[in-house]
Design a protein around this ligand. Structure first.
Ligand code: RB5
Length: 145
C-alpha cells in the first residue's frame, strides 16, 4: 500500500472526495492537501503542494483533480522529479506507469465518470514501470530543467 498525496481545486472537489474514500477503503494512506470545499480557488496552489509532496518523497504518488485534469498537470510538471499525466481511460493509466514512470495522476472531474476514474486510479497504482528501453527516455526527461 502506498502513501498518496491528493489535491484539487473547486472543479475537482467532488471527485477528489470520492477517490480519497476509495483509496482509504483500499488500505492506502492519503494526505489530503486540499482544497476542502467547493469554494472557488486557484488550481496552481494545490497542484504545487501535491507535486512537492511527491518530489520530496513524503508521498509515493500524487492524485490531482481539476475540471479538466489539464491545469493541475501543467503545474505539477514544473516541479523537478515530477512526471504527471492527464488520464481519461484505463489504457493511458497503465501506459503512463509502464512506459513513463508517471508519479502523479491527473483527472478531470468534468470529463471522466466516477467509475472510470476509480478504475483508472487503481490501475495506475497497480502498474509498474517496465524500465528496459523506457529507462533511458525517462532519464532524459529527468535531465531537462
Ligand atoms: C476551473 O474552472 C477550471 O478551469 C479548472 O478546474 C481546470 O479545469 C483547469 O485546467
Amino acid at each position: 500500500m502506498a502513501t498518496i498525496a491528493a489535491g484539487c481545486d473547486h472543479g475537482g472537489f467532488s471527485l477528489k472526495t470520492l477517490l480519497i474514500e476509495h483509496l482509504t477503503e483500499s488500505g492506502h494512506d492519503v494526505l489530503d492537501l486540499g482544497t476542502y470545499t467547493n469554494e472557488r480557488v486557484d488550481y496552481p496552489d494545490f497542484a504545487e503542494t501535491v507535486a512537492k509532496s511527491v518530489a520530496s518523497g513524503e508521498a509515493s504518488f500524487g492524485l490531482l483533480v481539476c475540471g479538466s485534469g489539464i491545469g493541475v498537470c501543467m503545474v505539477a510538471n514544473k516541479i523537478a522529479g515530477i512526471r504527471a499525466a492527464t488520464i481519461h481511460d484505463v489504457t493511458s493509466a497503465h501506459l503512463s506507469r509502464e512506459h513513463n514512470d508517471a508519479n502523479i495522476i491527473c483527472l478531470g472531474e468534468r470529463l471522466i465518470g466516477p467509475e472510470v476514474a476509480k478504475e483508472a486510479l487503481d490501475i495506475f497504482l497497480e502498474s509498474e514501470f517496465q524500465e528496459g528501453r523506457h529507462l533511458q527516455r525517462v532519464e532524459k526527461i529527468n535531465k531537462i530543467l
